[in-house]
Design a protein around this ligand. Structure first.
Ligand SMILES: [Zn+2]
Length: 435
């Protein structure tokens, strides 16, 4: 097994001695102090937010773990107050739709220097699975300057890997044709879209695809198992979000969790209720601090993602930490009654194992009723699938739930929704409260 290429990358970037975890922590701590100093001088938000943190009061990473968090809502309310450079120095602005009720949008800013650091990370991260003999198809948005597909293409070009950026999956026949014509052997894409494609175009998949990288959303185990089983190809996952500068971490050949972009990010796992750090091996919320960002550094940013640090060394032999695969988002853990939760993750594991299903939506109508709308590519399977899904759900959760499984009439296999929106459980109880 090959050691993660991120190790050499981090050692070179940070100039620490190879294998020295203590020196890496010292590098990160030094960068944290520099970042705090920089944002207090340049960002209106942090000037106020960190006002009470005096100079020289943070003398260790433990001290740092006591300073206040930054929340997604802080960015939604006032994105420009995070900006640390004049607006004319911003080379890319990403606007993300949010669940905010006031129509606020989350804006994120990057300079060219920020984008180049992401290209650098992608360049080394992709070496976990590709080399110059591969032909990669990128099923991620890539038309605009600084988009994720654009940065990935630049990174692959630096390593001499040939790549085609198609954009999000919209036309299955077109993608099939590209795979054949360009002799593609590796796909990078959104998990649910790659799964649909593999189900509907299994011939070309079987014939051509030798490895996969899934990105932009957490990946249910059922999905990985199916892809392994049907196509016998390794499934790598990448963890990242726009706030991280797209890239955050990528799996090595052990396929057992991500090694992180530790030259540019400091990652913590905290208890989402108390805010206190949790032990390695224990699940909590991912929080990160940017170490090298120019336009819009973030300090202790709450991601809403659930994961744990591994408490064992990675079989690839690196000294770097391993973040176990993200298990979903906090908001997709819906409390049915005190202490009893309905999780999207569990629904995914149950529903996505039916290969007839191309997508589904979950709506919690009230504390007793869950409505599922499933899209099938073989409608004759509906009665059987419907029965099995409701039985399995009722057996799985420790509370009684009236499950209604409806057929989605609109979604046809060849009209996939061209969307980067993450799936979620719509909780009607909450929406009624907000009215
Ligand atoms: Zn590893």
């Amino acid at each position: 097994m090959k050691k993660t290429p991120l190790e050499d990358w981090i050692v070179n970037r940070t100039r620490i001695s190879p294998g020295n975890q203590t020196e890496l922590a010292a590098y990160q701590f030094k960068k944290i102090l520099e970042t705090m100093d920089y944002v207090k001088k340049n960002s209106a938000f942090y000037k106020k937010h960190l006002d009470l943190i005096g100079e020289n009061t943070i003398s260790s990473l433990d001290d740092f773990k006591k300073i206040p968090f930054t929340y997604p809502e802080d960015i939604e309310k006032s994105p420009y107050s995070f900006l640390c450079v004049p607006q004319q120095k911003v080379d890319r602005i990403v606007t993300l739709n949010t669940s905010g009720t006031n129509g606020e949008k989350k804006r994120l800013f990057f300079t060219d220097k920020d984008l180049l650091l992401t290209v650098d990370f992608f360049n080394y991260g992709m070496r976990s699975l590709t080399d110059s003999t591969d032909r990669v198809l990128v099923l991620l948005p890539g038309n605009t300057y600084g988009s994720i597909g654009d940065l990935l293409k630049k990174a692959l070009t630096l390593s001499g890997v040939s790549s085609t950026v198609y954009g999000l999956l919209s036309n299955l026949d077109e993608v099939e044709k590209i795979i054949d014509e360009r002799d593609i052997n590796c796909i990078v894409g959104v998990p649910i879209q790659v799964l649909y494609f593999s189900r509907l175009k299994s011939d070309v998949f079987k014939r051509k695809i030798k490895k996969l990288l899934l990105s932009t959303d957490y990946v249910p185990e059922a999905m990985i198992n199916e892809l392994n089983r049907n196509f016998n190809c390794p499934v790598f996952t990448h963890y990242g979000m726009t706030e991280m500068g797209y890239g955050g971490g990528v799996e090595c050949e052990a396929l057992n969790g991500y090694h992180l972009r530790e030259a540019d990010l400091y990652v913590e796992i905290i208890n989402p209720y108390s805010g206190a750090p949790v032990e390695n091996g224990e699940v909590g919320e991912v929080v990160f601090t940017t170490l090298t960002r120019e336009a819009m550094p973030l300090i202790r940013y709450r991601t809403g993602d659930i994961a744990a640090f591994s408490d064992k060394p990675c079989p690839c032999g690196t000294f770097l930490r391993t973040l176990k695969r993200v298990e979903g988002r906090l908001e997709n853990r819906v409390e049915i009654s005190r202490g009893a939760f309905l999780e999207l993750k569990t629904l995914d594991e149950i529903i996505l194992q039916f290969e007839e299903i191309i997508d589904y939506q979950a709506v919690l109508k009230d504390s007793n009723t869950l409505e599922l709308e499933i899209a099938l590519y073989d409608e004759s399977s509906y009665p059987a699938v419907r029965r099995q899904i409701s039985t399995t759900i009722q057996e799985t959760f420790p509370f009684s739930l009236n499950v209604k499984v409806n057929k989605n009439q609109e979604k046809k296999p060849n009209q996939l929704v061209n969307s980067m929106l993450k799936r979620k459980i719509s909780d009607m109880r909450k929406e009624r409260r907000n009215e």
